[in-house]
Ligand binder design. Structure first.
Ligand SMILES: [Zn+2]
Length: 447
């Protein structure tokens, strides 16, 4: 293995924030005190070194000396994805301290955003994922297969790799390989845990079954689901996730993260939402007006990642809608948890007075043997309201009533239904986007 603790490669694994790992089990007062120290350090570092925030603070007349606790964070301006266009304005170190360049998807129609990372930022990512994996029960005894791109400047893949290495598990870089190569590596290495997008792990399992193999006998005990939710807001497994557990004879754990926030909220062994990481970030849930909502109420997830040195951010708007859970977890951790992501803010549809997320429509049907795939399209009616069309590959002879019943029960509304051919559905949905997520929503509303 090339990378050892603090070795000559230059990746130092002793991220200072890891001294706060015990905060997971601390009382609220202790968490608040530690987070206050980390937050003020972060804020003053940014005020001193970030051209973007110096200008933003001046424009908004922010006096950072008046910010004393994490709850004062609401006095600071929000940062949006489009602000990151000129990433150099965010740089807080000389270019000689940058050791990794990551790219993250851009807002529609523009170039990807560049994220500059220092060796300290890589150490922070390693620590972040080490704790996330450990939360699911992965240990040094595990063989961890990573089915996420480690190349093409993706941050997630390298974070999983470094985290697995720091945890001292045996990491298998399956990367963005084909479904058959992932399965071959699982058999060859005896992988006990697989990290990947749920729909991809499902395809790997299907491939194995088609070969006459049984994925449930492969010895995989944990599926770490990235990029797509596995549960509905009531923490009930989505049909696809339930099928995955049966198919692999394994437990599925959800993680939520994004490149900009560089922080992972992972489920513990109790599997009831991703634990927040107070030593790595301040998480807020905001309404449309940018005001905090109470725990349990949905809103946009906004994160201030603490301890980042290359391109630190303040109050980054993720565009994801979720809510916080403030109940003691049976695992003994005292941190709040984040619920499954309900959907993307810009994909939120209004239909017959109800909020609908396209992913919830597909998620409700997946796993039913009568549903062979499909996607959702949104159009705008002449009166400005949303029109939703579910394109579903089903057997026409069975009718659509069964589908309407499921949708009424799980998403409360029934959109227009168009029956399509299975091949058409596959061609449209499985043009995996760059993160190897499926594309199941096409927004054709006039902006
Ligand atoms: Zn827990």
């Amino acid at each position: 293995m090339l990378i050892q603790d603090n070795d000559a490669v230059g990746i130092r694994f002793d991220f200072p924030g890891q001294a706060y790992a015990s905060l997971q089990y601390a009382c609220p007062g202790e968490i608040r005190d530690a987070q206050t120290r980390l937050f003020l350090k972060h804020l003053h570092y940014i005020a001193e070194n970030s051209g973007f925030y110096r200008r933003l603070f001046k424009e908004n007349r922010v006096d950072i000396n008046k910010i004393r606790t994490p709850s004062d964070i609401t006095a600071l301006p929000l940062t949006e994805k489009k602000d990151l266009g000129d990433s150099n304005a965010f740089l807080c170190v000389g270019t000689d301290e940058i050791v990794d360049v990551s790219l993250t998807s851009a807002t529609t129609g523009s170039l990807p955003t560049v994220l500059h990372l220092t060796s300290g930022d890589l150490a922070r990512l390693a620590y972040n994922e080490e704790i996330a994996f450990a939360m699911t029960g992965i240990t040094q005894q595990d063989t961890l297969l990573i089915c996420a791109a480690l190349d093409r400047c993706f941050m997630a893949g390298i974070a999983y790799f470094l985290g697995g290495v720091k945890l001292k598990s045996r990491v298998v870089r399956s990367g963005s390989g084909s479904v058959s190569s992932h399965w071959e590596l699982i058999r060859l290495t005896g992988a006990t845990a697989v990290v990947g997008v749920p729909s991809l792990i499902y395809k790997i399992g299907r491939y194995a079954l088609d070969q006459g193999d049984d994925p449930a006998k492969a010895g995989v005990k944990r599926l770490i689901a990235i990029g797509e939710p596995t549960k509905d807001p009531a923490m009930k497994l989505l049909p696809l996730a339930r099928d995955l557990e049966n198919m692999w004879g394994a437990s599925i754990f959800s993680t939520y993260a994004s490149s900009e926030i560089a922080t992972t909220f992972c489920e513990c062994t109790e599997r009831c939402g991703g634990h927040l990481r107070p030593e790595l970030g301040i998480t807020e849930i905001l309404d449309d007006a940018g005001e905090p909502v109470s725990d349990g109420s949905p809103g946009e997830v906004v994160v201030t990642p603490l301890g980042v040195t290359g391109m630190p951010l303040i109050r980054f708007k993720t565009g994801d809608i979720s809510f916080l859970i403030d109940e003691k977890c049976r695992c003994g951790r005292t941190t709040k948890r984040i619920a499954p992501v309900l959907g993307r803010k810009n994909q939120m549809l209004k239909y017959k007075g109800t909020t609908v997320f396209p992913n919830a429509v597909i998620g409700a049907l997946e796993g039913d043997p009568r549903f062979h795939g499909g996607y959702v399209e949104a159009f705008m009616n002449q009166d400005g309201t949303d029109r939703i069309v579910l394109n579903a590959a089903i057997d026409e002879t069975q009718g659509v009533d069964w589908m309407k019943d499921i949708l009424r029960a799980r998403v409360r509304v029934v959109p227009e239904i168009k029956i399509i051919d299975r091949n058409v559905a596959d061609r449209r949905v499985y043009q995996f986007d760059k993160k190897r997520k499926r594309v199941t929503f096409f927004d054709l509303r006039q902006k």
